[in-house]
Design a binder for this molecule. Structure first.
Ligand code: PMP
Length: 392
């Protein structure tokens, strides 16, 4: 029977990682894989996380099952960061559950919208490739549109046109901040306008927050999303702790629903629980429990914020340095200074991507997406010169 299966294309980024690892050049540069890197190219465990793990180790007295909703202390502990200190439940209209990474939360959001009658996902592209894959796997169509109008600004007209094509109940997927892969975000005013459009079209907004704190700040990165939530009757939020707590492989995420009233909220959460049971039964505990311990300890929370601020500062230095370089070869790097987070797109074709790899040991996705965190004081000038070499 299994011979009936067609082989699937391997994940392009994983293939890139393998090529990078096999490259013997000492000065090779990895701009492919989507994790934060420090100045030495490492992705270390946060010190605050290590300390919280030790505390968890000392105090945890059982590993008995939790439920499909996971660790509620973790889920509720994150809420003030996402929704604000001032009544994070919005008068009992928001509740959540833990998920295996942001990926699990996105899957749950799409599946719940589909269970409520949604048929399509309105999706600005390029996007995180799994948005499309999860929608397809669940059986939702995509109403795609161009996310960016140019190297620096979102294409608001394209978003409006896509919303017009959607039916009531369809999903509107929006990146909370630090858009993956363009780094180009909506302004708070645009968020407010999108909320009106979404409400008028009766869409189900899914706000995907995977990089809170890596853009402009913990609060700044959710300002648009909060303005949006203040203006709509219902929405879902999918959250990843894998970047801003550095927990990647521990798979730490959360899913929240904003509903028009408490009764609808209970119905939505009971459906989400049932979907979670059929998918993964319950989420892995360790990472969520660690974040709970961290957020309940004022010193560890302060240390986590300090580490996150240092990460953000490094990313900002890289962006400022690239922007200051101006035009290199045929590429204007100035807009990268305006982008947020780990990623930006370079206007390079597949031949130029191949030449960067072959001639300069610089590895990036075929799409031209770069993870700027692979750059540092000792390689950034060489990167800028290599771009001139292959595009000049
Ligand atoms: N949403 C976006 C936009 C992402 O970029 C990612 C992953 N990088 C996720 C969700 C999923 O994150 P996780 O690794 O926690 O599953």
């Amino acid at each position: 029977m299994l011979e009936r299966l067609d082989p699937q294309a391997p994940d392009a980024l994983l293939a890139l990682i393998k090529m990078f690892n096999d490259d013997p050049r000492e000065d090779k540069i990895d701009l492919g894989v989507g994790v934060y890197r420090d100045e030495e190219g490492r992705t270390p465990v946060f010190r605050a996380i290590k300390a919280a793990e030790e505390k968890l180790h000392e105090t945890q007295d059982s590993k008995s099952y939790l439920g499909p909703e996971g660790d509620s202390g973790f889920v509720n502990g994150l809420m003030p960061y996402i929704f604000g200190d001032d009544d994070p439940t919005r008068g009992g209209r928001i509740a959540g559950m833990q998920t295996p990474g942001g990926t699990g939360a996105v899957r749950l959001a799409f599946a719940l919208a589909q269970a409520a009658g949604g048929k399509s996902v309105v999706l600005g592209e390029p996007s995180w490739p799994n948005h499309r894959q999860i929608a397809k796997d669940i059986g939702l169509d995509i109403i795609g549109f161009d996310h960016a109008a140019d190297a620096a600004t979102t294409d608001f007209g394209a978003l409006e046109a896509a919303i017009e094509k959607a039916q009531p109940g369809d999903v509107l997927l929006l990146h909370g901040s630090s858009h993956n892969p363009t780094g180009i975000d909506y302004t708070v005013e645009q968020w407010e306008r999108i909320a009106e459009l979404s409400k008028a079209a009766q869409l189900v907004p899914v706000l995907d927050i995977a990089y809170q704190g890596l853009g402009e700040g913990l609060e700044e990165d959710v300002a648009g999303m909060r303005a949006f939530l203040a203006a709509v009757p219902e929405a879902m939020v999918t959250y990843s702790c894998d970047k801003n707590f550095g927990l990647y492989r521990d798979r730490v995420g959360a899913f929240y629903v904003l509903a028009a009233d408490r009764d609808i909220l209970d119905r939505a959460i009971s459906n989400a629980n049932s979907l979670a049971r059929a998918n993964w039964s319950m989420p892995p505990d360790h990472g969520g429990a660690t974040v709970r311990v961290l957020l309940r300890d004022a010193d560890l929370t302060a240390q986590w914020k300090e580490e996150l601020t240092a990460m953000r500062g490094r990313l900002r230095w890289i962006r400022d340095t690239l922007a200051k370089a101006g035009t290199t070869g045929a590429i204007d790097l100035t807009p990268l200074g305006e982008h947020n987070g780990l990623f930006s797109m370079l206007p390079v074709d597949s031949d130029q991507v191949a030449a960067l790899r072959k001639d300069h040991g610089i590895y990036m996705a075929g799409s031209g997406r770069i993870n700027i965190a692979g750059l540092n004081e000792s390689n950034i000038d060489r990167f800028i010169a290599a771009l001139a070499d292959v595009t000049g």
